[in-house]
Design a protein around this ligand. Sequence first.
Ligand code: CU
Length: 470
Amino acid sequence: MTNRRSFLTGAGAGITALGASLVSRAGAASLPEAPTHTSSATAAPLPPTGGRPYNPVVTLNGWTLPWRMKDGVKEFHLVAEPVVREFAPGMQVNLWGYNGQSPGPTIEVVEGDRVRIFVTNKLPEHTSVHWHGQLLPCGMDGVTGLTQPGIQPGKTFVYEFVARHAGTFMYHPHADEMQQMAMGMMGFWVTHPKNPRQHAVDRDYVMLLSSYDIEPGSYTPRTNTMLDFNLWTINSRVFPGLDPMVARLGDKVRIRVGNLTMTNHPIHLHGHRFEVAGTDGGWVPKSARWPEVTTDVAVGQMRAIEFVADAPGDWAFHCHKSHHTMNAMGHDVPTLIGVDHRGVAEKINKLVPGYMVMGDKGGSMGDMKMPLPANTLPMMSGDGPFGNLEMGGMFTVLKVREGLKRGDYSDPGWYRHPAGTVAREWTGDGAEALPPAPRAPDARPAPAPAGQAMDARKPGANDMTGHEHH
Ligand SMILES: [Cu+2]
């Protein structure tokens, strides 16, 4: 009834059997199931149901696409379609994704596997899928116009190739890219080594970085934005909507990060040292690795970092660009430190009820409850054991605990610090004498605090830069 030939020579007029091709009616009758997933919780790792064994990955706040084996070929079915993604409780976003979610499900295969991926387009415009980092026949590369025609709405294409090398990859459209990626179309791909003991770790997390420009109160990203995004996401979630990464004390942990935003992200982990063990080009030889606590993931790059989780605690993991650990309401706010604008606020309040003075003592809004427009998130939030975390965006926590069960990814709650190991207020009693705090030799008087008269001078009209005027 159906065979591989009918897929590859199907109804797509003018398409050669060498490239990605339209699925014929006969082929469509035997399409593998296209499972969907709408929960934004982190799904348990999906162990292989056949083929070579591997150690499955965990997609933070995401899931892995099940497959079926057919005549020795692993068959997957992706459906490109509009989805609704919760970025964090309180904010739903209209995105485009795959199989009910953005990012799409993670695809896991083993080095040497022959893989067949059916892609059904339920978007209102054509699309294609590019398999970023794969070494494959050119006609399977998924570049609309160059290696295949676009997959028109309602149509299904089939891609087929051998996953030739193990590593960390992703998939995304190469069709109307600016729109489709700005709408969240992307997914992770992991090709496991043939030998499961090679590059083996105890926990293997994967995440894709994406960014969105969503006006507070609206539900759909502005897709023509080039640089000025206001939501910086890990797997289309923002803190506090991101689950923690959990590790047992002593576990070897890998975190694979792919960047499909328009800027680089220096990814930083607290309390540990890691090495970059892989890129989308493959594994880094051991002799070429060096210790790091931050690694930059540039646009279109992937980095697999590895470390031993040897320090119990709740450790911050985040992009080091401070604007990227902030949600929508923190953008385009002028600096008001040192400015007394209480009078201005009163006047504005008559025109704009609810206007709030922000940031005259700094930016911290952790304790303020301000009315937000519907469907957006405060710029920094998230309740921790010591109060508000003042974080959003690309931020989550690595929770390292003793005695966790292998394969237990559930949130162990907040870390219980051993007595005497937490920073605390110094109250002057006890044995510690306050050491002197010498000031820089040429220290100047600080600017007047808010509420006092200020002698405003333009920067540059004084010698703050240290240069003499001539
Ligand atoms: Cu960043």
